[in-house]
Design a protein around this ligand. Structure first.
Ligand SMILES: [Fe+2]
Length: 252
Protein backbone atom coordinates (compact mmCIF):
# COMPACT_ATOMS: atom_id res chain seq x y z
CA UNK A 1 0.00 0.00 0.00
CA UNK A 2 1.11 3.53 -0.74
CA UNK A 3 0.06 6.10 1.81
CA UNK A 4 -0.10 9.86 1.73
CA UNK A 5 0.49 10.92 5.37
CA UNK A 6 -0.72 14.30 6.63
CA UNK A 7 -0.70 15.77 10.13
CA UNK A 8 -1.48 19.00 12.02
CA UNK A 9 -3.08 21.06 9.24
CA UNK A 10 -4.44 23.57 11.78
CA UNK A 11 -6.93 25.39 9.55
CA UNK A 12 -4.21 26.35 7.06
CA UNK A 13 -5.87 25.91 3.66
CA UNK A 14 -2.98 27.54 1.79
CA UNK A 15 -0.55 24.90 3.11
CA UNK A 16 -2.97 22.01 2.56
CA UNK A 17 -3.62 23.01 -1.06
CA UNK A 18 0.12 23.27 -1.76
CA UNK A 19 0.75 19.83 -0.27
CA UNK A 20 -2.10 18.20 -2.19
CA UNK A 21 -0.96 19.81 -5.44
CA UNK A 22 2.59 18.55 -4.84
CA UNK A 23 1.36 15.04 -3.99
CA UNK A 24 -1.23 14.88 -6.79
CA UNK A 25 0.92 12.93 -9.23
CA UNK A 26 2.20 10.41 -6.69
CA UNK A 27 0.24 7.16 -6.67
CA UNK A 28 -1.59 6.55 -3.40
CA UNK A 29 -3.87 3.80 -2.15
CA UNK A 30 -4.91 5.59 1.04
CA UNK A 31 -4.66 8.93 2.83
CA UNK A 32 -3.75 8.96 6.53
CA UNK A 33 -4.39 11.97 8.75
CA UNK A 34 -2.88 12.16 12.24
CA UNK A 35 -5.16 14.83 13.71
CA UNK A 36 -5.49 18.58 14.35
CA UNK A 37 -7.41 19.58 11.24
CA UNK A 38 -8.35 22.79 13.04
CA UNK A 39 -7.10 25.22 15.69
CA UNK A 40 -4.66 28.18 15.37
CA UNK A 41 -5.45 29.02 11.73
CA UNK A 42 -8.38 30.83 10.14
CA UNK A 43 -9.75 28.44 7.50
CA UNK A 44 -11.33 25.56 9.46
CA UNK A 45 -14.28 25.04 7.11
CA UNK A 46 -12.16 25.16 3.97
CA UNK A 47 -9.72 22.60 5.43
CA UNK A 48 -12.41 20.16 6.56
CA UNK A 49 -14.28 20.47 3.25
CA UNK A 50 -11.06 19.67 1.38
CA UNK A 51 -10.42 16.66 3.67
CA UNK A 52 -14.00 15.44 3.11
CA UNK A 53 -13.53 15.59 -0.66
CA UNK A 54 -10.17 13.78 -0.71
CA UNK A 55 -10.02 10.40 -2.46
CA UNK A 56 -9.36 7.76 -1.39
CA UNK A 57 -11.34 8.79 1.71
CA UNK A 58 -9.16 9.92 4.60
CA UNK A 59 -8.38 7.49 7.42
CA UNK A 60 -8.02 9.83 10.39
CA UNK A 61 -7.56 10.09 14.14
CA UNK A 62 -8.61 13.17 16.06
CA UNK A 63 -6.13 15.65 17.49
CA UNK A 64 -6.35 17.49 20.78
CA UNK A 65 -7.42 20.70 19.00
CA UNK A 66 -10.17 18.86 17.12
CA UNK A 67 -11.44 17.51 20.46
CA UNK A 68 -11.30 20.87 22.25
CA UNK A 69 -13.01 22.77 19.41
CA UNK A 70 -15.94 20.35 19.67
CA UNK A 71 -16.24 20.92 23.43
CA UNK A 72 -14.38 24.09 24.45
CA UNK A 73 -16.06 24.27 27.85
CA UNK A 74 -14.24 21.08 28.82
CA UNK A 75 -10.84 21.48 27.22
CA UNK A 76 -10.03 25.10 26.35
CA UNK A 77 -9.00 25.97 29.90
CA UNK A 78 -5.92 23.75 29.50
CA UNK A 79 -4.76 25.63 26.38
CA UNK A 80 -2.47 28.67 26.37
CA UNK A 81 -4.40 31.94 25.79
CA UNK A 82 -3.69 32.10 22.01
CA UNK A 83 -4.71 28.50 21.39
CA UNK A 84 -7.78 29.01 23.57
CA UNK A 85 -8.87 32.08 21.63
CA UNK A 86 -8.45 30.24 18.34
CA UNK A 87 -10.38 27.22 19.66
CA UNK A 88 -13.32 29.39 20.74
CA UNK A 89 -13.27 31.28 17.41
CA UNK A 90 -13.20 27.96 15.52
CA UNK A 91 -16.06 26.50 17.58
CA UNK A 92 -18.15 29.51 16.50
CA UNK A 93 -17.06 29.43 12.87
CA UNK A 94 -17.54 25.71 12.16
CA UNK A 95 -20.38 24.84 9.77
CA UNK A 96 -22.71 22.07 10.99
CA UNK A 97 -21.61 19.50 8.39
CA UNK A 98 -17.95 20.09 9.20
CA UNK A 99 -18.62 19.77 12.90
CA UNK A 100 -20.31 16.43 12.23
CA UNK A 101 -17.27 15.29 10.24
CA UNK A 102 -14.95 16.13 13.14
CA UNK A 103 -17.26 14.43 15.63
CA UNK A 104 -17.02 11.20 13.65
CA UNK A 105 -13.21 11.08 13.71
CA UNK A 106 -12.11 8.55 16.38
CA UNK A 107 -9.28 8.95 18.87
CA UNK A 108 -6.10 7.00 18.13
CA UNK A 109 -4.36 4.71 18.01
CA UNK A 110 -5.93 3.20 14.92
CA UNK A 111 -4.59 0.21 13.01
CA UNK A 112 -4.33 0.88 9.29
CA UNK A 113 -2.93 -2.49 8.20
CA UNK A 114 -1.25 -5.24 10.22
CA UNK A 115 1.80 -3.71 11.89
CA UNK A 116 0.96 -0.11 10.96
CA UNK A 117 -0.88 2.32 13.27
CA UNK A 118 -1.66 6.02 13.41
CA UNK A 119 -2.13 8.25 16.45
CA UNK A 120 -1.99 11.93 17.37
CA UNK A 121 0.41 12.43 20.29
CA UNK A 122 1.60 8.95 21.15
CA UNK A 123 0.06 5.46 20.87
CA UNK A 124 -0.18 5.48 24.66
CA UNK A 125 -1.77 8.95 25.06
CA UNK A 126 -3.18 11.26 22.38
CA UNK A 127 -2.08 14.33 24.38
CA UNK A 128 1.53 13.22 25.01
CA UNK A 129 4.41 14.89 23.18
CA UNK A 130 7.20 12.71 21.82
CA UNK A 131 10.42 14.67 21.85
CA UNK A 132 12.87 12.45 23.70
CA UNK A 133 13.97 8.85 23.54
CA UNK A 134 12.67 8.42 27.07
CA UNK A 135 9.20 9.50 25.95
CA UNK A 136 9.46 7.27 22.88
CA UNK A 137 10.21 4.26 25.11
CA UNK A 138 6.81 4.66 26.81
CA UNK A 139 5.13 5.26 23.46
CA UNK A 140 6.49 2.00 21.99
CA UNK A 141 5.05 0.20 25.01
CA UNK A 142 1.62 1.59 24.08
CA UNK A 143 1.38 -0.27 20.77
CA UNK A 144 2.12 -3.62 19.16
CA UNK A 145 2.58 -1.98 15.79
CA UNK A 146 6.02 -2.15 14.22
CA UNK A 147 5.44 1.28 12.69
CA UNK A 148 3.31 4.06 14.14
CA UNK A 149 2.86 7.48 12.61
CA UNK A 150 2.29 10.29 15.09
CA UNK A 151 1.89 14.08 15.04
CA UNK A 152 1.23 16.73 17.73
CA UNK A 153 4.81 18.03 18.12
CA UNK A 154 4.90 19.51 14.58
CA UNK A 155 8.54 18.36 14.23
CA UNK A 156 9.47 15.81 11.54
CA UNK A 157 11.41 13.10 13.30
CA UNK A 158 11.78 9.36 13.78
CA UNK A 159 12.47 7.05 16.72
CA UNK A 160 13.99 3.67 15.90
CA UNK A 161 13.86 0.80 18.39
CA UNK A 162 16.18 -2.20 18.12
CA UNK A 163 16.24 -5.33 20.29
CA UNK A 164 19.50 -7.25 20.44
CA UNK A 165 20.41 -9.93 23.00
CA UNK A 166 17.52 -8.82 25.19
CA UNK A 167 18.67 -5.19 25.20
CA UNK A 168 16.65 -2.33 23.80
CA UNK A 169 18.35 0.50 22.00
CA UNK A 170 16.43 3.57 20.97
CA UNK A 171 17.60 6.34 18.67
CA UNK A 172 15.78 9.53 17.73
CA UNK A 173 16.62 11.58 14.63
CA UNK A 174 15.26 14.83 13.22
CA UNK A 175 14.27 14.55 9.57
CA UNK A 176 15.29 17.76 7.83
CA UNK A 177 15.49 18.70 4.17
CA UNK A 178 13.37 19.22 1.05
CA UNK A 179 13.17 15.48 0.35
CA UNK A 180 14.32 12.84 2.83
CA UNK A 181 14.18 9.13 1.96
CA UNK A 182 14.39 6.50 4.71
CA UNK A 183 14.32 2.74 4.14
CA UNK A 184 12.85 1.07 7.22
CA UNK A 185 14.49 -2.10 8.53
CA UNK A 186 12.13 -5.08 8.89
CA UNK A 187 13.69 -6.11 12.21
CA UNK A 188 13.20 -2.74 13.93
CA UNK A 189 10.25 -0.69 15.19
CA UNK A 190 9.58 2.92 14.32
CA UNK A 191 7.65 5.93 15.55
CA UNK A 192 7.53 8.50 12.75
CA UNK A 193 6.33 12.10 12.69
CA UNK A 194 5.86 13.41 9.12
CA UNK A 195 5.84 17.00 10.40
CA UNK A 196 3.04 19.55 10.26
CA UNK A 197 1.23 20.63 7.10
CA UNK A 198 -0.03 23.91 8.50
CA UNK A 199 2.13 25.03 11.43
CA UNK A 200 5.73 23.72 11.26
CA UNK A 201 7.80 24.26 14.41
CA UNK A 202 11.29 23.17 13.37
CA UNK A 203 12.29 26.64 12.10
CA UNK A 204 11.60 25.62 8.50
CA UNK A 205 8.35 27.40 7.50
CA UNK A 206 7.63 25.07 4.59
CA UNK A 207 4.67 22.67 4.79
CA UNK A 208 5.62 19.07 5.63
CA UNK A 209 4.11 15.75 4.56
CA UNK A 210 5.17 12.16 3.86
CA UNK A 211 4.57 9.30 1.46
CA UNK A 212 5.01 5.76 2.76
CA UNK A 213 5.17 2.56 0.71
CA UNK A 214 4.46 -0.29 3.14
CA UNK A 215 5.61 -3.05 0.75
CA UNK A 216 8.96 -1.44 -0.04
CA UNK A 217 9.06 -0.03 3.53
CA UNK A 218 10.23 3.23 2.04
CA UNK A 219 9.37 6.54 3.70
CA UNK A 220 9.79 9.84 1.86
CA UNK A 221 9.33 13.18 3.61
CA UNK A 222 8.82 16.42 1.71
CA UNK A 223 8.94 20.13 2.53
CA UNK A 224 6.90 22.38 0.27
CA UNK A 225 6.91 26.17 -0.03
CA UNK A 226 3.39 27.60 0.14
CA UNK A 227 1.58 30.93 0.35
CA UNK A 228 2.54 31.74 3.96
CA UNK A 229 1.57 35.38 3.45
CA UNK A 230 -1.98 34.36 2.47
CA UNK A 231 -2.37 32.20 5.58
CA UNK A 232 -0.85 34.94 7.74
CA UNK A 233 -3.21 37.64 6.41
CA UNK A 234 -6.21 35.39 6.83
CA UNK A 235 -5.38 34.93 10.54
CA UNK A 236 -5.00 38.69 11.05
CA UNK A 237 -8.22 39.44 9.12
CA UNK A 238 -10.10 37.00 11.38
CA UNK A 239 -8.93 38.95 14.42
CA UNK A 240 -6.95 36.01 15.79
CA UNK A 241 -3.75 36.66 17.81
CA UNK A 242 -0.86 38.16 15.81
CA UNK A 243 1.50 35.57 17.23
CA UNK A 244 -0.41 32.81 15.41
CA UNK A 245 0.16 34.66 12.13
CA UNK A 246 3.82 35.52 12.71
CA UNK A 247 4.90 32.05 13.80
CA UNK A 248 4.03 30.74 10.32
CA UNK A 249 6.66 33.06 8.84
CA UNK A 250 9.34 31.59 11.10
CA UNK A 251 8.16 28.01 11.24
CA UNK A 252 8.24 28.17 15.01
FE1 LIG B 1 -1.14 20.20 16.45
Amino acid sequence: MRYLVLSDIHSNIEALCAVLAHAARKRRDAVLFLGDAVGYGAAPNQVIERLRRLRPAVIAVRGNHDRVVLDPDRGAAFFNPHARRAALWTADALAAANRRYLEAVPPGPRTVEPGLAICHGSPADEDAYLFSEHEAHDAFAGTDAGIAFFGHSHVPCMFEQTHEDGHESLVGVLLRGSRVVVDLDRTRRYLINPGSVGQPRDHDPRAAYAMYDSEARRLTLYRIAYNVEGARRRILAAGLPHLLAERLVHGA
